[in-house]
Design a protein around this ligand. Structure first.
Ligand SMILES: Cc1cc2nc3c(=O)[nH]c(=O)nc-3n(C[C@H](O)[C@H](O)[C@H](O)COP(=O)(O)OP(=O)(O)OC[C@H]3O[C@@H](n4cnc5c(N)ncnc54)[C@H](O)[C@@H]3O)c2cc1C
Length: 396
């Protein structure tokens, strides 16, 4: 196949981070192509479903600074889109305050909030029960409410980013799969199942499918685990209580990580549906394409068991269940991969990679960082923890 077209930047993957990177690159003056194998706004990868948790607090202060930097970019996005995307319902973390999890660590996060001068309210199990109606919480449970947190409108964000990308001249190809990114000293060839393109810079934002492209360079790939996580939708009984987003931190059980979270009804949906999930990092898929779209019944049962014990305000039978592909680095402290592939492959400085983690909250910032790395070769933000380099040993 001969090279069809030349772009300044090609973005592989049109999920929220890819769309954000494409939009920001175009705003920076680049001629941009974004390619997605399933289509923009698809519900088959890491951004399926309706809502994500917005929180500023992080256990690691460098990542905390990133969320604080993301906040004004969300406001800018909301202004440009002419719609509210973050709904500030509050972010409630409670449970065993010393258990380390992929979400964070309650006690250390409280210290980080003190250091960053971010306000929160400390609560006992009793407070949490009295205020929001959680029942039978172990007495040693404690936690905090951070009032700026809440829920992100996922579909609204995707629609806003796709509109902004298109309005700023980004060429958008859907139902096209990139099969190889081959960098060299001057740029990279991007081969898809339709064509071969040439770009000065490439952003790989394929999330669960990132290693398909990276492993072609003769390296082992990023240490990413892909989990097909369950989501359970239940109906809330009308008790007039406005609840925050909540995350329950518990010691791992014999079978799973024993972590649960839930959203109150979405303010933008105007219904009485609550969404609960287990955050079980167990049973990683061999490959993202092995996903079935059906949650494991054992995980659904665990969520329903938790709800029956602690949430008398929801009807016990699920309205529906679904899944989402969670893509998590093996090292929970790292949280994300974000940086160039310099040192991993010849011409690696011409390729930027963003993959993994609970990254929806950082979408406008990660888009900007990807564009900065692609257009300028650097970013003002502290992303050293997330670099690709030393974790991907060469096979050669
Ligand atoms: C159950 C669950 C709960 C979560 N909760 C939160 C939360 O509360 N807060 C939070 O901040 N984050 C959360 N996350 C994480 C967040 O949803 C993801 O980090 C984010 O949606 C990922 O966006 P993305 O653009 O990186 O990837 P994706 O949305 O996965 O998009 C990747 C895109 O790349 C395309 N693609 C892949 N390979 C190719 C290829 N070879 N060629 C062309 N296209 C390709 C795919 O089709 C896809 O559209 C959660 C995730 C899950 C699964």
């Amino acid at each position: 196949m001969s090279v069809q077209s030349h772009y300044d930047v090609i973005v592989v993957g049109g999920g929220p981070i890819g769309l954000s990177a494409a939009w920001r690159s175009a705003v920076g003056g680049a001629r941009v192509l974004v390619i997605d194998r399933f289509g923009f706004l698809n519900d088959r990868c890491g951004s399926s479903g309706n809502e994500r948790h917005w929180r500023v607090q992080y256990t690691q202060t460098d990542i905390f600074r990133l969320t604080l930097s993301a906040a004004p970019l969300w406001r800018e996005l909301e202004q440009l889109a002419g719609r509210k995307l973050i709904h500030r319902l509050g972010s409630l973390w409670f449970g065993d305050i010393s258990v380390p999890t992929n979400e964070g660590h309650i006690a250390d996060t409280a210290k980080a909030m003190d250091e960053m001068e971010v306000c929160y309210e400390w609560l006992s199990a009793r407070d949490i029960g009295r205020r929001w109606g959680f029942t039978d919480l172990p007495r040693h449970f404690e936690g905090f409410l951070q009032p700026d947190g809440g829920a992100i409108d996922v579909r609204g964000t995707l629609a806003a980013l796709a509109t902004l990308a298109s309005r700023n001249g980004v060429t958008m190809h859907s139902d096209e799969r990139v099969v190889a990114v081959d960098p060299d000293a001057n740029g990279a060839h991007v081969r898809s199942d339709r064509a071969v393109y040439r770009a000065d810079k490439v952003v790989i934002a394929g999330n669960a499918h990132t290693n398909d492209l990276i492993q072609r360079w003769g390296v082992d790939g990023l240490d990413l685990n892909v989990y097909e996580m369950a989501l359970v939708t239940l109906r809330q009984r009308d008790d007039g209580v406005q609840r925050p987003f909540w995350f329950a931190f518990q010691q791992p059980s014999d079978t799973d990580t024993n972590l649960f979270y839930g959203f109150p009804p979405n303010p933008w949906a105007g219904d009485d549906l609550v969404r609960l999930g287990p955050d079980f990092e167990v049973g990683a898929l061999e490959h993202a394409d092995d996903a079935t779209g059906r949650p494991q019944q054992a995980h659904v049962d665990r969520v329903l068991g938790w709800a029956r014990t602690h949430m008398p305000w929801v009807a016990p039978d699920p309205v529906s269940t679904s899944t989402c592909l969670a893509v998590l680095p093996g090292d929970p402290d790292r949280q994300f991969y974000l940086g160039t592939a310099e040192g991993l492959v010849d011409g690696g400085s011409n390729v930027v990679v963003a993959a993994g983690g609970w990254a929806f909250k950082l979408v406008p910032l990660f888009g900007r960082i990807c564009a900065d790395l692609a257009l300028r070769g650097s970013t003002e933000h502290e992303i050293g923890r997330h670099a690709l380099t030393d974790l991907v040993p060469s096979r050669g």
